[in-house]
Design a protein around this ligand. Structure first.
Ligand SMILES: NC(=O)c1ccc[n+]([C@@H]2O[C@H](COP(=O)([O-])OP(=O)(O)OC[C@H]3O[C@@H](n4cnc5c(N)ncnc54)[C@H](O)[C@@H]3O)[C@@H](O)[C@H]2O)c1
Ligand SMILES: [Zn+2]
Length: 369
């Protein structure tokens, strides 16, 4: 598998080193030392989950030790979305207190988007902020969750409602981790990749169409291109609107307004990407209904999602009233009216705040089985 050169992005004056390399986890200690502003780390707190720790935990710990960065303590949260909670954050804070973890610590998140969101939130707030490294182990985290410096936990009132912007200084992506990822999680992440294509370029959408089998087979060069291109698209947007002030970063929410509402209302029984897939279909159909997108493009998107085994219909319907209520709490809502990302064509997204409740209801109901 070819090695991607390390890239350095600057988000709001903060340099973020991103390295994508097979087996990079083995070199994590020396990588942290090289990237770390101001010398070697004193203490590393390794945060993972109960699925990832048995697979990669000890190896990572050893690599830290070999590189001269001692893993002072480790913590594995129960795997799954329910760990993005106050309770899990609270336990982690208490653990850091018990371990006397100070401001000199580096928190290393080893896992998927759940781990990087929770560990990122803890890193942003522990002692008003400690340094963060993200080692993503899912495709979702490689191409989306690890990039951009957003973190969050969920509260009963809504998903991702509590969080902060806190950039890691290093993101070390080891594509070899994807070999142990369940196929459902691999496919789920492809919804985000298709989202990136839809907001950026028809060429990237065509590339997906031409590479479904090699992507699912984790072909080396194709996997590198998949990760590299997604990072480039997301990082370019984040670099121009790091804290979501100008509306540009909001484009990354395509499919997420309805997607997050479904995710919440189904009690997290569907994967994040599966809900995004349904949200993308709803957003495309709404765009068509408003005369912005042609039917052929909508069908093209649905066909591609299906090829990655992603849902385009919600099998266990949720009442539209519940979905609309969840959307009103969405943090992207401004004064109660949800912001919608729609498409004027493939690669041509727009943010709209004037979509009527009736139109939203119809868009959601159009994805019911
Ligand atoms: N902060 C952001 O910008 C951002 C962006 C996108 C998504 N997210 C968040 O990310 C979360 C979804 O992330 P996810 O899809 O990575 O979910 P996840 O972290 O729950 O991982 C999915 C499953 O795969 C397991 N797993 C992880 N790595 C593995 C590996 N290498 N081998 C085997 N099993 C492995 C996990 O234990 C879990 O069971 C959601 O909460 C979403 O809101 C955040
Ligand atoms: Zn997402």
């Amino acid at each position: 598998m070819p090695v991607m050169n390390s890239l350095r992005y600057v988000f709001a004056d903060q340099p973020v080193d991103v390295t994508v390399e097979v087996n990079i986890l083995e070199e994590l200690g020396s990588l942290i030392r090289r990237s770390m502003p101001g010398g070697s780390p004193l203490r590393v707190v390794l945060i993972s989950d109960t699925n990832v720790w048995p697979l990669y935990g000890e190896r990572t710990k050893q690599a830290l030790r070999q590189g001269g960065a001692e893993a002072a303590c480790e913590w594995a949260i129960p795997a799954g979305e329910t760990s993005k909670s106050w309770a899990a954050a609270g336990e982690l804070f208490q653990f850091l207190a018990d371990q006397h973890v100070g401001r000199d610590a580096v928190i290393v998140a080893l896992g998927g988007g759940v781990v990087s969101d929770l560990a990122g939130f803890v890193a942003a707030t522990w002692m008003r902020g400690v340094r963060l490294v993200i080692c993503p182990t899912t495709l979702e985290a490689d191409i989306d969750a690890a990039i951009g410096g957003k973190n969050a936990i969920n509260i009963p009132g809504g998903k991702n409602l509590v969080g902060a912007f806190h950039q890691p200084f290093l993101i070390a992506i080891d594509p070899a981790c994807l070999t142990t990822l369940p196929r459902r999680d691999l496919c789920s992440a492809m919804a985000e990749s298709i989202k990136h294509a839809l907001i950026s370029s028809v060429d990237f959408l065509e590339w997906h169409e031409a590479n479904v089998d090699p992507i699912l087979a984790l072909d080396g060069p194709v996997t590198m291109k998949l990760i590299e291109e997604n990072i480039r698209i997301k990082a370019d947007i984040v670099a121009r609107d790091t804290t979501e002030q100008t509306g540009l970063r909001a484009l990354l929410n395509l499919g997420h307004t309805i997607g997050h509402a479904i995710e919440e209302c189904c009690g997290f029984t569907l994967r994040h990407g599966e809900c995004v897939s349904l949200g993308l279909v709803a957003a495309c159909r709404l765009s068509r209904r408003l005369g912005m997108l042609d039917s052929a493009s909508v069908e093209r998107v649905e066909r591609l999602l299906i090829r990655f085994s992603l849902p385009t219909r919600l099998e266990d319907p949720i009442e539209s009233d519940r979905i609309l209520a969840a959307m009103r709490n969405d943090k992207k809502a401004r004064g109660g009216s949800p912001q919608f990302v729609l498409l004027e064509g493939i690669g041509r997204p727009v943010v709209r705040g004037d979509i009527t409740e009736t139109a939203i209801r119809e868009a959601y109901e159009s994805v019911l089985a």
